[in-house]
Design a protein. Sequence first.
Length: 722
Amino acid sequence: MRLALDGRRQGCHGAPFKAGRRPCAPVRVAPSSGIKSRSSAACRCAPSAAGGISGAGEPAGPADGAAAAALADANVLEEAFATSTGLVDAVQQDEAEIDFLGESTEGNLHLHLVDSLRKGKVGVINVFGMQQLDDIYDLPLAKLKAATQSVLDVLDVPESFPDGNPQRAIYCSRTLNLRSIKAIGYDMDYTLIHYDVNAWEGRAYEYGLETLRQQGVPVDGLRFDPDLVIRGLIMDKEFGNLIKVDRFGFGLVKRAMHGTRMLNWQEIRELYGREVVNLRNEGRWVFLNTLFSVSEAVMYMQLVDRLDLGMFQVGAGNISYQALYGMVSKALYRTHVEGKLKAEIIQAPERYVELDPEMAQTLLDQRDSGKQLLLITNSDYEYTNKMMSFAYDPFLPSGMRWRDLFDMVIVMARKPDFFNYNMSLYEVVTPDGLMRPVLGACKGGLYCGGSARMVEKALGVEGDDLLYVGDHIYTDAALAKINFRWRTALVIRELELEIDALARGRPHRDALKELMMKKELIGDVFNQLRLSRQRWVHGHTANASFEDEEGINETLAQLLMVMEHLDDRIGPALERDGEHFNKRWGYLSRAGLNDKSQLNRQIEKYADIYTSRVSNFLRYTPYSYFRSPSQSLAHDRNLTRYYERTYVKKQQQAAAAAAAAAAAGGGAAGAAAGNGTHSGSSSSSNGSISNGFSVSINMGPNAYNYDPNDPDSDPEHEQDVV
């Protein structure tokens, strides 16, 4: 594996430095004239006006020269170091390779073996307690896991990701080598800044109600109910409903609510039947894919109840469900556009923002590892500055501010247009947000507007060199991936509650699955008997397989009675499934017992990785390699049983025969040994299978059986869970 030098070691517009290729001690390479620190990045824009914002495009002053030089020097620290095993070195950017999974290995370290230490002739390898390289092939996985922890303990390095905390894990839908990422872009709201949902959305709800009250809408007595709605639901503006569908989006509406009343199965079938829920039809369907959608959906569903009761006296004629949605949407939009809510938050951020002290160190680690960081938000500069200062400045090193974390900051980006069009670019030049038009961007700048293409050009990156992290499936993930091939990460804050709820609800789901399996087994017998009876009735007696019609009819009736009795328990159990997360809608990621929700499908489709908060990156490293888990296919279900029935049984029989032969030979050898002879033949077998599909991993009290074809058999495999 090799490491290509990244943008942090390049001049503003120059080629990368050439890394040393000879054994050497750690060395600092003096920066060339083309290298600039973040605070003094060269810029083709005109100098900022007097009193402009520091770092927003103006060159560093004389007083900052020494600090800038020191920072520039630190930024070009080479990673090469010599060892008795060989030289660990970085290689040129144009020498980066592709690994066996098709991911770029740029960012990897590479080991150059010196002449006296060729591969295969290396001396003692004492890491993990091995004596030679080939020992790794036979080292049991459980022992290797313990040995890796011992290496960290001996060197006094804390473990990166603690076991037993899946709520704070990062989950991978598509393999991603973080080492090869040159730049990481972040959204702000609900990504770098997380809000108290009840406080934020509750206040937005109140502002929206006030706007509607002024229009004569009957809103008196309404209260914000955060449990009424969850992210990932779909609003049906034609019928005034809220629905939850499976991953396919058609024909399988799992749950539905009209107003604030949940619909039963019969009502759902009558309304939707095999309805195709096409999210492209925005005239009817609205997908609730962010937490900002919560207040809007709660208000709309509550007002649907009042519309049904005939409480509306707004204008002439009847108001449709679609018209009602338009009124609610505009009221909430005005709340955000007019800035009333954000002005209130600026005055008392502690009431709305949930501080995360680990966020600052997370970004520092990424920055110091050579990655360029940028902030792209739709919020204005005043709000962005206040929120970021409140959430980050107290947790940064002395003398450092949040702006120092980023190579570029873009406010009022106007996503999704930011990813669709080349818009005008303005530089923010004064603390109160005064702007001026510029033709191009540069590192270290603070801008308004612009485009994703401009970001690539300014930072010298493109396509999958850049990872973008946000909370909005469409404006943050889908467009960045579709239009620019950026790698994407989604922040799903509810994931922490979801995973905990799945754990608490597992006994219920296990019991429900057992009931379903019982019904399936009985149903198979019922169908076989029914087919046999059908053949007998139609005169195909040769294949009827029975002669007692009365007996088979009685058996069919009893089996049917048993299945209906099982349904009496399965139905209510299905309705309660997921109540640990939300009593109305169940789990965020599930639609029914065995299928994924539409939200989870969208996450897997557009997000390479997803997690509950940005600070979860701190539990890994900036060099982590996220590998997507093996995907279970429908025909994998019976593969293990087929393998065991077809091949394992034969191997066990062969092993037993060999053991019997060995025992017989051992007896003869014992007799020969009594006469002073020795037999060298011996054989033993424990029935283990070296090439099987299933392996048993002994981890003490946490021992488990892992089947690669069965995701549910792996306790650490969360892909099938969230």
